[in-house]
Design a protein around this ligand. Structure first.
Ligand SMILES: [Fe+2]
Length: 566
């Protein structure tokens, strides 16, 4: 369900540094917990066995699936567990190839916990000791192998396909409690902020917030310390109070579970205030970027540069991993680099879904968007002087009903409107290719042209910020809309098509650069300035806009934008 969450003009956050290194989110368990007890590891008694005839016959080599077929294989393995209580929780490393097949598991006849719909796992964590039996335990799996044609491939192109032979038997290992993913700050407002995290086994997490500084001379008589505790589980989502004049707070997360050593993470966050004697001239800085995917080292470089900018918040415009449904990619890639973990823990974060997110269920647990339950993929929020709208612009959505977008834009009196979607309307690179009829091959582009742009023109949006094409490209679209493709957060960079083709694909392109980049927006009073920057700090494009009028009508100039090329 799409929702519109409108916050009044309020403060925005500026990220601050994390505190002591021992509290860095995602760090290994503390020395005390790591040395307390060697964790037990139990390997299955033999390799996986497979059956494609409903369990009549079993082989140790996965049977091949013929072209055009979609088959559920049965798989089985046996564990002999001498002492289930050797650990409060266990994790299963199955060693089946999870990236191209879907797998579901049952232990002693019942499904394993902690598995989200549609997600694929290398490791399934948080299996309670009570689910294991002393002695023999049977692990079974259903493995879906789909060998039907996909995309442009034809049936004749396909060969028999077999699940790769697992390199070793599955294994169970006792778990030590840790914060597995996050924390990640989410949407924030005048009187709240949000934070989400995942623990590696069911735990309770206590969030303690200590307000440390306030806007000039507004220190309350009793500085507030608040605390709340999540229900036991793997995912923990907090929407915590914040005093409207609070400019700096510290949050601390303490995870605990029976039989486990508690573990903590924490960060300090700066909280500028717009109203009253807060930040002068409604000054606000935010960054929009996208497309990190699996080039984790490059993403780390870009994340470090963004962290150094200390933006008030970050909008990430999709394609965070190669496959959003591959659960491990969130820890290995997106939250993998140390700068990325620090960035996500200290800078409020607004996600936009791209095609590589695959509508992954885990995203709705790890991130908190400005919406009623914090889980909406389409969101809108007024932050200080600007309205931000983020949408799921993927072709699967379609947007045949665009009333929510139209109503959100029409209702806003904000000085600036930034509309963020993964899909451009035009691009000069690979993804902007045209069909013989002259229309974009990619249906996401068609939706942007047919649905989004007319609404942005009608309501005089400031900019249409997109991604999907791994480059920096600015396009001055008819009607005075600047389309900014700032999609250089690490994914393999794409080249501009040859001149003639590029001009046909995107006649409005003003600059195309094949480089890592992010977009930094600064609003001060009635002016918004934009810089596209490389992680090395080089400014590769600039742009500025004057505010829309309070009644939403456009500024005096023709399109309200002034371009200054460096
Ligand atoms: Fe994409």
């Amino acid at each position: 369900m799409r929702t519109c969450f409108a916050a009044p003009a309020f403060a925005c956050l500026v990220a601050a540094l994390l505190a002591a290194p021992a509290e860095v989110p995602g760090a290994p368990p503390s020395a005390a917990s790591a040395t307390a007890k060697a964790r037990p590891v139990i390997r299955a008694e033999g390799r996986w066995q497979f059956s494609d005839d409903g369990g009549k016959t079993w082989t140790s080599r996965p049977p091949a699936v013929a072209p055009g077929r979609r088959v559920h294989l049965d798989a089985r393995a046996t564990f002999r567990v001498p002492d289930p209580s050797a650990s409060s929780h266990w994790e299963l490393t199955h060693h089946l190839r999870p990236s191209r097949v879907t797998v579901s598991f049952r232990l002693n006849g019942t499904e394993l916990p902690g598995v989200l719909p549609g997600m694929r796992y290398k490791v399934i964590r948080g299996i309670p000791a009570g689910r294991l039996r002393k002695g023999a335990n049977e692990l079974t799996a259903k493995v879906l192998v789909d060998n039907r044609p996909r995309g442009r491939r034809r049936l004749a192109d396909l060969k028999p396909r077999a699940l790769p032979l697992p390199p070793q038997p599955p294994e169970l290992a006792g778990q030590t409690l840790r914060i597995q993913t996050g924390p990640a700050l989410g949407a924030f407002g005048e009187d709240f902020f949000t934070v989400c995290l995942r623990t590696n086994l069911p735990a309770e997490v206590r969030l303690t917030v200590t307000e440390q500084a306030w806007a000039a001379n507004r220190r309350p008589s009793e500085p507030r310390v608040s605390a709340t505790t999540s229900s036991a589980g793997l995912y923990h989502r907090f929407r915590a109070d914040r005093h409207p004049t609070c400019t700096r707070l510290r949050y601390e997360l303490r995870a605990s579970a029976p039989g486990q050593t508690p573990t903590t993470a924490g960060a300090a966050v700066e909280l500028p205030v717009f109203t009253g004697k807060g930040r002068a001239n409604d000054r606000m800085r935010f960054i929009i970027t996208g497309d990190s995917r699996t080039r984790t080292d490059k993403w780390g470089v870009v994340a470090a540069a963004i962290l150094a900018e200390k933006p008030d918040f970050l909008i990430f415009n999709g394609d965070m991993n190669g496959h959003g449904s591959s659960d491990w990619e969130w820890d290995e890639h997106y939250f993998g680099p140390d700068p990325a973990r620090r960035l996500l823990a200290t800078v409020p974060y607004y996600p936009v879904y791209g095609n590589h997110e695959e509508d992954a269920a885990v995203m709705r647990e790890l991130f908190y968007t400005p919406s009623d339950d914090g889980r909406a993929k389409d969101w809108a929020q007024e932050i200080g002087p600007a309205l931000f709208v983020g949408i799921d612009g993927r072709p699967g959505h379609g947007w045949r009903d665009s009333r929510w977008i139209a109503g959100t834009l029409a209702a806003s009196k904000a000085k600036f409107i930034f509309f963020v979607s993964h899909y451009p309307a035009y691009s000069s690179g690979n993804n902007g290719e045209l069909e013989p009829d002259g229309q974009p091959e990619d249906r996401g582009y068609r939706i942007a042209r047919r649905v989004i742009l007319p609404l942005l023109r009608k309501h005089r949006a400031t900019a249409f910020v997109v991604a999907h094409e791994h480059c920096y490209e600015r396009s001055d679209l008819p009607g005075g809309i600047a389309q900014i493709c700032a999609a250089g957060a690490g994914a393999p960079l794409t080249s501009r098509k040859p001149d003639d083709q590029a001009r046909r694909q995107n006649p409005y392109s003003k600059i195309y650069l094949k480089t890592l980049n992010y977009g930094l927006f600064t609003i001060a009073g009635d002016t918004c300035t934009f810089q596209a920057k490389t992680p090395a700090g080089k400014v590769i494009d600039t742009l500025s806009w004057r505010a829309r009028r309070a009644d939403g009508t456009p500024p005096a100039s023709r399109d309200g934008a002034k371009r200054n090329m460096p």
